[in-house]
Design a protein around this ligand. Structure first.
Ligand code: ATP
Ligand code: BUA
Length: 351
């Protein structure tokens, strides 16, 4: 029996869970208020604060030993799917944020810091930087700017495996489109289990609760040179102040649905537009799979919404049957990835 601590830092919370093999023993969602976090200039500056919160929880609940610690991995260099040992090379890339800042950069850093106390190994599983996309999908139209694979890889892989298992099929024999509908949105065509393309939630695809998604590039270039923005401010506007936040001043889809129920026409137009853009991206990914799509999977927090999933379904239902796995399977996916290594079913990869 292996005891595993899983750590999943998100933009406003840190989820932690203790497993004995695959059995969940205890979990907690440590919420960090905007006020608490705003004093940290960069996400990596939150390391001590989040580490101390986790250690406090472990002490309160008398957890004194683990066999390994696993964290959600971040914006590393592009890498293959799998479980990776956190080593010095990875630590330095997580600290710098080689492909940018992301709360999940803290996952490997915190896991290593705690693992060092217990003198055990730390791992990450299927980080945001997993890259399985085809070369043809990397061409953007401007040689200086290749398209990148940044996505909710951990949950996308986990729900794809869950569907295959539920249907009694092998993922390697299926073609799926998984739409992770969270604070950011990843729409991913899986060809025989391989994630062959993705929108990249920070830069392209549909707008989401906090992000703009793809924008008209000419107008964006004009805005960038208007003299009103520096790079950091504009990036924040695109990734944290866009989408539902930009139009309706909330990142909570449930608030938007309340506004719609009260007859707010703007809220309905914007929310319907998000469903429309999600559906368009799913349609695009169906063409990537030459129309051979076994199922469309809707997952992430917004997949709880009947209104939104019905709207999306009204556009894309003709492509394939829709299956909903609302929320995320990330904590168990972290534990399972670690367990495969501890059980020696798989060797941990080196970054
Ligand atoms: N029952 C629900 N109905 C509608 N929307 C919901 C429901 N529950 C959660 N959401 C919405 O889901 C969104 C958050 O999804 P999720 O929790 O997957 O995101 P996250 O973990 O913060 O970010 P990400 O998934 O991008 O890492 C929010 O807009 C939230 O309002
Ligand atoms: C950038 C891709 C993953 C996310 O949206 O969090």
């Amino acid at each position: 029996m292996f005891k595993i601590l899983a750590i999943n830092p998100g933009s406003t919370s840190t989820k932690i869970a203790v497993f004995e093999n695959k059995k969940l023993i205890m979990s907690e969602n440590l919420n960090h208020s905007v006020d608490e976090l705003k004093k940290y200039n960069k996400i990596v500056d939150q390391l001590e604060f989040r580490y101390n919160s986790i250690m406090g929880w472990l002490n309160e609940n008398n957890f004194k030993s683990f066999d390994s610690i696993v964290g959600r991995g971040g914006l590393l260099k592009p890498i293959a799917s799998g479980t990776y040992t956190v080593d010095d090379n990875m630590i330095s890339d997580l600290r710098v944020g080689v492909q940018g800042e992301h709360a999940s950069n803290l996952g490997g850093l915190i896991a290593k810091k705690i693992a060092d106390i217990f003198q055990i190994d730390a791992y990450i599983v299927d980080p945001v930087a997993v890259d399985e996309i085809e070369d043809i999908a990397r061409i953007s139209g401007m040689p200086e700017i290749p398209r990148k694979s940044l996505l909710h890889a951990l949950n996308v892989k986990a729900v794809a495996h869950r569907l295959a298992k539920d249907l009694g099929n092998s993922l390697e024999e299926m073609n799926l489109i998984v739409a992770h509908l969270g604070g950011g949105i990843s729409i991913v065509p899986l060809q025989k289990g391989k994630m062959v393309d993705v929108n990249n939630a920070n830069e392209m695809g549909p707008f989401s609760p906090e992000r703009t998604g793809g924008l008209p590039v000419g107008d964006l270039a004009k805005m960038a040179f208007s003299g009103n923005y520096d790079l950091a401010t504009l990036k924040k506007k695109i990734t944290r102040e866009g989408g539902l936040v930009g139009y309706l001043n909330t990142n909570d889809a449930r608030d938007v649905e309340k506004l719609i129920e009260q007859g707010n026409k703007k809220a309905k137009l914007v929310y319907d537009a998000m469903a429309y853009q999600i559906a368009k991206e799913i349609g695009a990914m169906a063409t990537v799979l030459n129309g051979h799509v076994d199922n469309i999977v809707l997952t992430g927090g917004m997949a709880y919404s009947q209104y939104l999933t019905d709207k999306i379904g009204s556009y894309v239902g003709f492509i394939a049957e829709i299956v909903k796995y609302p929320g995320e399977d990330e904590m168990i996916a972290l534990a399972e990835g670690t367990l495969r290594v501890l059980n020696k079913e798989e060797e941990a990869k080196t970054y």
